[in-house]
Design a protein around this ligand. Structure first.
Ligand code: HEM
Length: 151
C-alpha cells in the first residue's frame, strides 16, 4: 500500500458531486455509518466506549468534507491527515480496521444515495478512501517504528 493510489480528475468530480448530495443528509448518514460499522464489526464498538457518538459523527463528517473539498490539492492536506493517522494509534486503531471502516462508509454512501450511486461512484470513492486510509496507516506505522527505536 502507498499513498499514491491513483485518482483521476473525473473520479474527483464524481466524489464531489456525490458528496454534495450527502451533505444535506450527513447527520443521518453518519448515524447510519456507525450503526452499520458496529453491526458488521462489533469488536470495534468498545473503542468508542465513553465517546460522545453524536460529536464523533460530526467530526467524521467534517474530516471527510475537508478531504473531499481538497482532493485536487491533496498534498496540502497530507500533514493534517498524517497527524490524524498518528492520533488513531492512541485510540487503539490497527491497520486492518481501516478496511472495515471503508466498507461501512461505502455501504452508507450507497444506501444514502440510492439512485445517485453507481459503479463509477463506487470506484471513485474506493480510490479516495484508499488515499486517505493509506496516508493514515503509513503515518501510524512510522509513529510505531520511531516509538520502538526511541525506547
Ligand atoms: C479514513 C478513515 C478515518 C477518518 C477520516 C477518521 C476520522 C476521525 C476523526 C476526525 C476523529 C476525531 C478525533 C481526531 O481527529 O483525532 C476520529 C476519532 C476516532 N476514530 Fe477515526 N477516522 C478514520 C478511521 C478510523 C478507524 C479505522 C477506526 C477504528 C475503529 C477509528 C476509530 C476512531 C476512534 C476510536 C476515535 C476516538 C474517539 C475519541 O476517543 O474521542 N477511526 N476519527
Amino acid at each position: 500500500m502507498n499513498n499514491t493510489s491513483a485518482i483521476t480528475s473525473a473520479q474527483i468530480a464524481l466524489v464531489k458531486e456525490t458528496w454534495a448530495r450527502v451533505v444535506p443528509i450527513s447527520e443521518m448518514a453518519a448515524k447510519l455509518f456507525y450503526d452499520r460499522l458496529f453491526e458488521t464489526s462489533p469488536q470495534l464498538a468498545p473503542m468508542f466506549d465513553g465517546v460522545d457518538l453524536e460529536a464523533q459523527q460530526q467530526k467524521l463528517v467534517k474530516a471527510i468534507h475537508m478531504v473531499v473539498m481538497s482532493l485536487e490539492r491533496i498534498e496540502t492536506l497530507i500533514p493534517t491527515i498524517q497527524e490524524m493517522g498518528r492520533r488513531h494509534v492512541d485510540y487503539g486503531v490497527e491497520d486492518s480496521h481501516y478496511g472495515q471502516v471503508g466498507a461501512a462508509l461505502l455501504w452508507t454512501l450507497e444506501n444514502g444515495l440510492g439512485d445517485d450511486w453507481s459503479k463509477d461512484a463506487e470506484t471513485a470513492w474506493t480510490n479516495a478512501y484508499q488515499l486517505l486510509a493509506d496516508t493514515m496507516v503509513e503515518a501510524a506505522a512510522q509513529e510505531s517504528s520511531s516509538a520502538a527505536t526511541s525506547v
